[in-house]
Design a protein around this ligand. Structure first.
Ligand SMILES: Cc1cc2nc3c(=O)[nH]c(=O)nc-3n(C[C@H](O)[C@H](O)[C@H](O)COP(=O)(O)O)c2cc1C
Length: 140
């Protein structure tokens, strides 16, 4: 059965992943939500989860949220940013949600600004691509 709604939830220490979350949420007509203040998922939603990469802290910020929510049979799309831009930040999220029975419906990642490096990332083009990603996932 098609999900009835979308939820876009992010963890973002320095604001880069938040920018992607806001672009994705705008495309879907919902508000992006910070995982720190998000308690429960709706019963029947397609969820976009996004995080940054912080060295060895895999899946940082999401553990308790994933633990307390029901992902059985749920479609989840993953997004993230990192200095190197290779998408490693998605791995821990993917393991955690699939272990709880979710199906990964899509993945999107790009570079994010880190200190004085990659200052213009995510770029306008990255945000545009994030919106395209959201649209494609939403179509199913
Ligand atoms: C404490 C810390 C550790 C980081 N470690 C890595 C890393 O190991 N590899 C990498 O590619 N980027 C690393 N970065 C860069 C972040 O992944 C990048 O800035 C990302 O866009 C942060 O997302 P955010 O702004 O949503 O928090 C690190 C950043 C911070 C603050």
């Amino acid at each position: 059965m098609a999900p009835t709604m979308f939820e876009v939830i992010y963890y973002s220490l320095t604001g880069n992943t938040k920018k992607l979350a806001e672009a994705i949420a705008a495309e879907l007509g919902v508000a992006a939500e910070n995982v720190k203040t998000k308690d429960r998922l709706a019963d029947d939603s397609l969820v976009f989860l996004g995080a940054g990469l912080y060295g060895p802290l895999r899946g940082f910020g999401f553990k308790r949220f994933i633990d307390r929510n029901n992902f059985q049979g749920r479609k989840v799309a993953l997004f993230g940013t990192s200095g190197e831009g290779k998408g490693k930040e998605l791995g821990a999220l993917e393991e955690a949600v699939t272990a709880k029975g979710a199906e990964v419906a899509g993945r999107f990642f790009c570079r994010g600004r880190f200190l004085f490096l990659k200052r213009d990332h995510p770029t306008g083009k990255d945000l545009k691509n994030a919106r395209i990603f959201a649209r494609e996932v939403a179509k199913g």
